[in-house]
Every structure is written in C-alpha cells, then in structure tokens.
Design a binder for this molecule. Structure first.
Ligand code: CMP
Length: 140
C-alpha cells in the first residue's frame, strides 16, 4: 500500500464544541499523521470555491453558509492508504448511517453538520491540499 496524503477539515459544528483534540486523537489512533494543520475562518466565497463541485446541488448555499459560520481546522493527514483510511475513520456522510466508533457516529449532528470532511480520491486530495497549503507547510 502506498503512503498517501489527504485533506481533512474539522468543520464548524466540531470546532465550536471544542472537539478538535478528540477528533485528532481518532486520526492518530488510526495511524494517520497530522503533517500540517491550521485554524482559519473561511469566507462564504472561499467555501464556495472549495465546494464548487456541488454548485448545482440544492444544499450548496446551506453548505457554504455553514462552512463559513465559525472557524474550521484544515489539515493534511499522511499515512498508508490515507484517503481510504481517513474515510473509514470519518464514517458515512450521514451520521445516521455511520458505523460505531467513527467520528461522524460519535460527534456529527446531522448530514450537513457532520463534523469532518475528507478528500475522496488522490486527484481531489492534491487539489484540496493545494487550496489551503503551500509545499513548505507540509512537514512529513
Ligand atoms: P463533505 O464530505 O464535506 O462533502 C460535501 C458536504 O455536503 C457533505 O460532507 C455534507 O456535509 C454536505 N451535504 C451532503 N448532502 C447534503 C444535504 N442533502 N443537505 C445538506 N448538506 C449536505
């Protein structure tokens, strides 16, 4: 299995409930290394660019308003098969369908306020990491 990097976001519903450390512990317990991390407050426009793939979806306005409502923690996770492993740790998008022990099962409030985002493929991971971090900020 290859060493991969993936972009993770701890969303406003989680940062506002002071869950950053608990969520980071889940990543680290799963063997993912946090090789870059920063807390930022996105504008609605910045959230809109990040989620541009969902522009035509009915939830786009709700999603971008939510993601710019409070600070987020953006981070790069590195490890073996990191993209898939992170998605396993996060659990299903809808917390009602997320498996026991996953971040979304434990912490998410709803489909929209679902605590974390993770890249879904190597190509998207590269684009998403570059949106938030320069190469110098990735310290593996
Ligand atoms: P995320 O992995 O960040 O990718 C897109 C996000 O859109 C997703 O998590 C959900 O939080 C959100 N989302 C998906 N479907 C809906 C929906 N029907 N209503 C509101 N938000 C949604």
């Amino acid at each position: 299995m290859a060493i991969e990097r993936t972009l993770s976001i701890i969303k406003p519903d989680a940062t506002s409930r002071n869950l950053t450390g608990k969520i980071n512990a889940k990543f680290e317990d799963a063997g993912l290394r946090i090789i870059a991390q920063k807390r930022i407050h996105l504008t609605k426009a910045q959230a809109g660019v990040f989620y541009a793939v969902h522009k035509e979806r009915p939830f786009y306005d709700e999603l971008t308003s939510f993601m710019s409502s409070e600070p987020v923690v953006v981070q790069v996770l590195e490890g073996e098969d990191a993209i898939t492993r992170n998605r396993e740790v996060m659990g299903a998008t809808n917390p009602a369908e997320a498996a026991e022990g996953t971040i979304r099962r434990e912490f998410a409030l709803s489909l929209g306020e679902n605590s974390v985002h993770g890249s879904d493929a190597p190509e998207t991971a590269a684009v998403e990491i570059a949106y938030f971090f320069s190469g110098l900020e990735l310290v593996g």
